[in-house]
Write a new protein. Structure first.
Length: 218
């Protein structure tokens, strides 16, 4: 997102499963110097539905909604709607997580424990088309390149393949995955083959390591 890309009214979607924080974030947005129209949702599914409708300029995304697995929600939104700016608003204060979020294409990383004035200033910066990251992350270029490469590969997976990858990382066998997802074992084998091909890996151990990119600490 670059400066001056928004029209006079900025359409912001607040995606968080906690109603009190959705309201607090909406109130902080109202204290910025911009003309804002705010919508609120509490699931990733609803976030994607609203994004599909168009006219959203900025999504403020929580990483811990019930149907959102780690960073996969952010990756899915960025893959489907690269034209929408996304900033993560989270209680997670891990610099490593922030680096992953930045590598996945987010324009911001805001910590929920921020003082109101700091939060309003951060939101104001995002609404001006600037980037804002609350934490210091690793600037090692190799780490950043590795993150970006992993995020691109993960973005190529379908939602069903993402779910299968998650179950693989938990040690599920094909038969167990088939039972869990209520699909045929041959279908699971097809998904696994496609996952390995898209990620450029050869075994389940590598799949589990890849899946770690999606996980964020509690």
């Amino acid at each position: 997102m670059t400066a001056n890309v928004f029209s006079d009214q900025i359409n912001v979607l607040v995606a968080d499963d906690h109603p009190l924080f959705r309201q607090a974030l909406s109130e902080a947005l109202s204290q910025t110097e911009h003309n804002i129209h705010i919508r609120q949702v509490q699931t990733l599914a609803d976030t994607l539905t609203v994004a599909d409708e168009g006219d959203i300029d900025l999504i403020l995304l929580d990483l811990k909604m019930p149907d959102c697995v780690g960073l996969m929600g952010l990756i899915e939104i960025r893959e489907k709607h690269p034209e929408i700016s996304v900033a993560v608003v989270t209680a997670n204060e891990s610099g490593q997580t922030m680096r992953k979020v930045r590598s996945a294409g987010a324009v911001g990383y805001l910590i929920k424990s921020m003082e109101l004035t700091a939060l309003v200033n951060a939101l104001d910066a995002l609404l001006k088309g600037e980037r804002f990251f609350s934490l210091e992350g690793s600037d090692d270029q190799q780490d950043i390149n590795d993150d970006i490469d992993a995020m691109k590969k993960l973005a190529s997976l379908t939602p069903k393949q993402q779910h299968v990858l998650s179950l693989i990382s938990r040690g599920y066998l094909n038969k167990q995955i088939a039972y869990e997802l209520d699909i045929k074992e041959t279908t699971v084998k097809t998904h696994v083959s496609e996952i390995f091909r898209k990620l450029g890996i050869f075994n389940r151990t590598q799949a589990a390591i890849f899946n770690q990119y999606l996980n964020v600490p509690e």
